[in-house]
Design a binder for this molecule. Structure first.
Ligand code: PAF
Length: 281
C-alpha cells in the first residue's frame, strides 16, 4: 500500500489508474481506525479497482477545540490495518496541504444540517462539507463509502452531492457493533473501563424501544428511551429525536414518513465522552 501525503502525488497515481480504465473507491476517515472503518474499506476493495482511504483529522468540523485535541491519532496502526484490508492508497495530508488558505465556503442544507448534531455542534456539518467536497474534487472517486453510524452526516453529504453535481455514488454501510451492542467509534478508546461498561446501555435502550414503539406514540417512545438511559448513573442524554429518515425533520406520527429513525447523543462518564447512535423503527 502506498502512503501519500500530497495532492500532487495522489493525483499522479490516480491519473494512471483512471487512464487504465480502473474504478476508484474513496473511504474518507479521520484515522483512529477500527473494525467499522475496516468494513467500509473491505467493501470498497471488493467493488473498485483502486481504494483510496483518506486519513485526515479535519479541524474545520470540530466546534470544540478540546474534542480535536483529545481525538486519538494512530497513523502507523491505521496503515497496518489498511494494508491488511487490501487498500491500495492511504492519503494522509497535512492541514496546510488541504487548507493552504482558510476555507470560507458556507454550506447550508436545512433541515438535514440544522437539526440534532447541526443544532448542538454549530459549524460541524459546514466543516464536514468543506473537507468531503475537497476530497471528492481531489480524488474524483466513482464511489464513496460512509458508515451509517453517522446517519445524519450521510443525509447532509447526499444533499451536498446533489447541490454540487458530483458524479459519484454514495455507498452507506451498516453500523458495526461490539459484541455487547456498543456502536464502534474511534471515541470508544477514550472511555475509562467503568464508562465502557455502561456505554452498551445506549443501544440496549434503543433496541428495546422498537418493541415499546409498537404500542406507544412517538412522544412516549422518546420519553421511554430518555428515561431508561438517564436512569444509568454516568449516562446523560443530550437529545433523542425521532425523525423522517430522509429529511431528518421531526415526525409526530409513526406513519408521517415512509421510514422513521431515532437518533441519540449521550454523554458518558465524567470527562464526558459524547457518543451517538441511532435505530430504525
Ligand atoms: O465521519 C468522519 O470520520 C468524518 O466526518 C469524515 C467524513 C471523514 C470527514 O472528515
Amino acid at each position: 500500500m502506498k502512503v501519500i501525503h500530497t495532492i500532487a502525488d495522489l493525483q499522479e497515481t490516480l491519473v494512471a489508474a483512471r487512464a487504465a480504465g480502473q474504478s476508484i473507491g474513496l473511504v474518507p476517515t479521520m484515522g483512529a481506525l477500527h473494525e467499522g472503518h475496516a468494513s467500509l474499506v473491505r467493501r470498497s476493495v471488493a467493488e473498485n479497482d483502486v481504494t483510496v482511504v483518506s486519513i485526515f483529522l479535519n479541524p474545520t468540523q470540530f466546534n470544540d477545540p478540546r474534542d480535536l485535541e483529545r481525538y486519538p491519532r494512530t497513523l502507523d496502526a491505521d496503515c497496518a490495518l489498511l494494508t491488511q484490508c487490501g487498500a491500495q492508497v492511504a492519503f494522509a495530508p497535512s492541514v496546510a496541504e488541504i487548507y493552504p488558505e482558510p476555507d470560507t465556503r458556507h454550506f447550508s442544507y436545512p433541515p438535514t444540517d440544522a437539526v440534532m448534531e447541526g443544532a448542538m455542534r454549530p459549524g460541524h456539518f459546514n466543516g464536514v462539507c468543506q473537507i468531503v467536497s475537497k476530497l471528492f474534487a481531489i480524488v474524483e472517486p466513482d464511489r464513496a463509502y460512509f458508515g451509517e453510524k453517522d446517519f445524519q452526516q450521510i443525509a447532509v453529504i447526499r444533499r451536498m452531492v446533489d447541490d454540487l453535481g458530483f458524479r459519484l455514488q454514495i455507498v452507506p454501510c451498516p453500523v458495526v457493533r461490539e459484541a455487547d451492542g456498543l456502536a464502534m467509534s474511534s471515541r470508544n478508546t477514550l472511555l475509562a473501563p467503568a464508562e465502557r461498561a455502561i456505554a452498551p446501555q445506549i443501544y440496549a435502550a434503543l433496541d428495546a424501544s422498537r418493541e415499546f414503539a409498537r404500542s406507544h406514540s412517538i412522544t412516549l417512545t422518546r420519553e421511554y428511551v430518555e428515561a431508561r438511559i438517564n436512569a444509568v448513573p454516568g449516562l446523560r442524554t443530550e437529545y433523542y429525536s425521532i425523525v423522517d429518515a430522509d429529511t431528518l425533520a421531526d415526525v409526530s406520527d409513526w406513519n408521517a414518513a415512509p421510514a422513521v429513525v431515532g437518533c441519540i447523543t449521550v454523554y458518558c462518564g465524567a470527562k464526558p465522552i459524547r457518543l451517538i447512535d441511532h435505530i430504525h423503527y
